[in-house]
Each structure stands twice: as C-alpha cells, then as structure tokens.
Design a protein. Sequence first.
Length: 268
Amino acid sequence: MSSKRAFQLAEKGWRLTWYALSARHQAGRRATLSGWQADAPSAYCHRCGISAGPGSVKVEGCSYCVGRKSPWDRVVRLGSYDAPLDQWIVRMKFAQDWSWGPWLGAKLAESVGRIGQGEKAAICPVPMHWLRRWRRGYNQAELIAREISRVNKWPLAAVLRRPRLTRPQTTVSLSERLRNIQGSFDVGHVDLRGWSVWLVDDIKTTGATATACARLLRKAGAEKVYLAVAAVANPHHADFTHVEPRPTNHAASPPPAAPAGPPAHGAA
Ligand SMILES: [Zn+2]
C-alpha cells in the first residue's frame, strides 16, 4: 500500500470517529440542556414497558399485561414516548437527525449491560426494508444497537431480515398492525441456542413489530430474548397516531446540527 493511500485511509478513519463522537456529544448537549433523565427501572413494567406507579408492578407484570403471554423475557426502556424524548425520536427518524441514535444507544447500554451481566449476549436490531433504509440513509434501530454492542463489547447479530416492504406501522390502525407486518420478517440460518439476544428498536407502541421479531429469535433457538427500546408509548395514547411526524413542526425547526450523513458501517 502506498503511503498516500495509507494516509487517506487514516484520515477517513479519523473523520468517521470524529463524526461518531461529535454526534453523541451534540445530542447529549441538547439532552442535558433539557434536563431530561432516563427512567429508573421502577418507573415502568418490566414485562410490557409501560409506565407504572411505585409498587404497582408484580413479578407477573402490571395490571395492563398480567395474564398476557409475553414474547420476551423483559423490557428495558429509557422513558415513555412523551416530550422531550418523543421529539428526539421523531427528529432521528424523519428529520435526518441521526445523531440521537448513538446517544440513545449509549444511554440504553448502561441498563442493558447491568441486566445482561454474565450472560452470553448478542445485540440484534429490528431490521428495515432495504428500500426504506436507502431512502432514509440509515436504520435508526441499528444506530442504537451498534452503540449498545460497542459499549458492552457484545457482538452485533443482525440476524433478522425484512424482505417485504410494508406500510409504516404509524399509518395503519391498531387492529391492522399485526396483519400489516405478517410475514415481513425472516431469520437467517443461524443457531442462537445458548445466547441471550437483545432485540433493539427505537420505539415500542403496540409491540406488534417486536413480537414478530422476538418470535423469530426464539425460533432460531435464543435462550432468552430481551427488548431494549428508547421509548414506550403508553396505551392511554389512544391509537398512537401521535408517533407520526408533524411536517409543520419540522418546517419550523432549525436544521440539525449534526453532520448530514450517518456514520459508515462500523464507525461508531
Ligand atoms: Zn406490564
């Protein structure tokens, strides 16, 4: 390799590292200014992830999920889908402000690492159809997952695929959501026996997407399946239509301070 080529590669590596560090810093600075803090585990139900009052969650779950079969062993979240977390997620998904991904991942990594300590764990993001990923430029669930993987030094196991393009879940009614994603995921030829797999997504609303993915991970042999999400929408939010982007708000918002594109594969 010529010295010029080596220099170009070193420069590229440095630039990508700077982007990743800078992204976390910028998102973190905005979060610090807002005074926001992640929820303590006692603030939500460990089975379904919705907000819960002190002492209201038993081993078998909260009043909302008790008696319902859970496809995962537990949920870890940063907060409910309310301000300001909801706006950060909306910006990450719909306004190209991808810098929230690594920052939310770093925050989640603390709780995930504590719970998964001593287990043979792997991190699996909820996949995005290639066409949607191409349009957006990145999969926000993967940005979060990469950071959890990096911090806890657990392998990123992107074993799920999304070969079928479906309508966004936020645009279909609650009753149609399960049917909308039916058959849209599959799992590669992997053997997950003996592994605890952390399924990672940005938001859990009805849980239809996470349920479909968790079932596939179980089918591939995963011993335990955990769900790690940045936010959980509480069921009192009617039909969850508030998760849709509000174009008028975006138009009024300042342009994102982060670099224009996501970090390249493996940069974070
Ligand atoms: Zn519950």
